[in-house]
Design a protein around this ligand. Structure first.
Ligand SMILES: Nc1ncnc2c1ncn2[C@@H]1O[C@H](COP(=O)(O)OP(=O)(O)O)[C@@H](O)[C@H]1O
Ligand SMILES: [Mg+2]
Length: 132
């Protein structure tokens, strides 16, 4: 399973059309977009809305809660969904095996790392690193 966005979910999302368009524009020209701003400004909601819009268009989207306390379990779960063995592997090895697998796939997977700024540990590595 490449993604983890349910196909139907009620969102109480309103507005932000220009921000959604901006993310789309940036992604047309770059591999990565960073949404930053003060707590509560609507970053997660914007990403969530974008994710559901992509999903509606038939794209693959994987949402990862990237706080230090969660990211390890998030990658482990993704590996499990892909039926990859994780026994004896560090989380970095698990992550790398997922990213390498993705780089070899024809499908594009949109990866959303929520709260990545608060992740202090080594698990964060941006996937385009593997595409060089
Ligand atoms: N476009 C929006 N429409 C409706 N509610 C929103 C919107 N953006 C944010 N909210 C609400 O505001 C609160 C904070 O948004 P959130 O996305 O969690 O902010 P951040 O991730 O920047 O801390 C949440 O309760 C969220 O549901
Ligand atoms: Mg948030």
């Amino acid at each position: 399973m490449l993604d983890n966005i349910p196909s139907i979910k009620e969102l109480n999302f309103v507005g932000r059309e220009s921000e959604l368009e901006k993310v789309k524009e940036e992604l047309a020209n770059h591999d990565m977009v960073i949404i930053c701003g003060t707590l509560g400004i609507g970053k997660t909601s914007l990403a969530e809305k974008y994710a559901y819009d992509l999903k509606e268009k038939g794209q693959w989207v994987r949402w990862i809660e990237a706080e230090s306390t969660k990211i390890v379990d998030e990658y482990a779960q993704w590996a499990k969904d892909l039926e990859f063995g994780t026994g004896g592997k560090t989380i970095e090895e698990v992550r790398d095996s997922i990213y390498r697998y993705l780089c070899g796939q024809r499908e594009l997977v949109y990866l959303i790392l929520n709260n990545v700024d608060s992740c202090l540990g080594p698990p964060v590595q941006y996937p385009h690193y593997y595409n060089r």
